[in-house]
Ligand binder design. Structure first.
Ligand code: PLP
Length: 307
């Protein structure tokens, strides 16, 4: 169960958690045309708090809406301010932030007509998405029987609610089969991403990740690429197959929720030594330093606020 806090921002004002409700004929509830974000706020090493890459997340949110031709009646700055206001109202010095824009009630049928575009911002306390042990020891992954979206079936650059039906199917299957997460292949059979995380593999000193074709342009992916390059690692953005993953020295998933989670097994094959590898651990450590404000080179990624 999500841990309840005081307020949710709803179309411009804070309302009590239990009063943040919509009508059952809300268009998005029927047809899945909504866009959302997942953002984290971290307690910093110096005692302050900051939202990690707030402006980039909000910018992606507006791009997701643009792709779906939804006009959000607020500016990006207004949504950034609203996010900080919501964290403050809920006295949260860290936690998860979920903006969602959706098509409200009005016309039914596929064409949404002039139905209002509504936006909420919810925040709640959330620890490690796949568990603390996952961050430390890594997870077991199964190649899904469900294929990731074709780029002309769903718009894969938009963080669309409806896209997640595919993720829910894959996640249920993976958990029912005793795994922690699903690995999804693209329509041509190459490795794509997980249900809500991008993937990296390591061979020797070379780090590889899937190019931005069928996958979401993850901000954690982007942060890892930037930090890894600054550390002197070579990064290759290139398609790879599942057998290249099976024989990689190391592999990990990354995302705002999952942070940097090592993969220790794929389809019963142990990856590397079966624990997070050396480079994965290095990048994970550096990532946590960055989000906690311990690396001044990336201070511009932190939007500080006080509770
Ligand atoms: C949100 C998401 C990610 C991770 O993106 P971040 O910006 O790093 O949180 C990866 N894949 C999919 C499909 C996603 O929806």
């Amino acid at each position: 169960m999500v841990q309840q806090v005081e307020s949710i921002w709803f179309d411009g004002k804070l309302v009590p958690w239990n009063e943040a409700q919509v009508h059952v004929l809300t268009h998005t509830l029927h047809y899945g045309c909504g866009v959302f974000e997942g953002i984290r706020a971290y307690k910093l090493a110096d005692g302050g708090s900051a939202v990690f890459r707030l402006k980039e997340h909000v910018h992606r949110h507006f791009n997701s809406a643009k792709i779906l031709e939804m006009q959000i009646p607020f500016t990006e700055d207004e949504i950034c301010d609203a996010i900080l206001e919501t964290l403050q109202a809920n006295k949260m010095d860290e936690g998860y932030i979920r903006p969602l824009s959706f098509i409200g009630a009005g016309a039914m049928g596929v064409f949404p007509g002039d139905n209002p575009i509504q936006t909420i911002i919810a925040t709640w306390p959330w620890g490690a998405y796949l568990g603390e042990e996952a961050l430390d020891k890594g997870i077991r992954v199964k190649t899904s029987s469900f294929t990731r979206h074709h780029v002309n079936v769903m718009m894969t650059k938009a963080k669309t609610s409806g896209n997640y039906v595919n993720s829910v199917l894959a996640k249920r299957e993976a958990l029912a089969d005793g795994y922690d997460e699903a690995l999804m292949l693209d329509t041509e059979g190459y490795v794509s991403e997980a249900t809500g995380e991008n993937i990296f593999i390591v061979r020797g000193d070379i780090i590889k990740t899937t190019p931005l074709t069928s996958v979401l342009d993850g901000l954690t992916r982007n942060s890892i690429i930037t930090v890894a390059k600054d550390l002197g690692y070579e990064i290759v953005e290139q398609r790879f197959t599942r057998d290249e993953l099976y024989s990689a020295d190391e592999a990990f998933f990354c995302g705002t929720a999952a942070e940097v989670t090592p993969i220790r097994e794929v389809d019963r094959r142990q990856i590397g030594a079966g624990t997070g590898g050396r480079i994965t651990k290095h990048l994970q450590t550096e990532y946590f330093k960055v989000v906690k404000g311990e690396n001044p080179n990336y201070a511009h990624w932190l939007d500080r606020y006080t509770v």
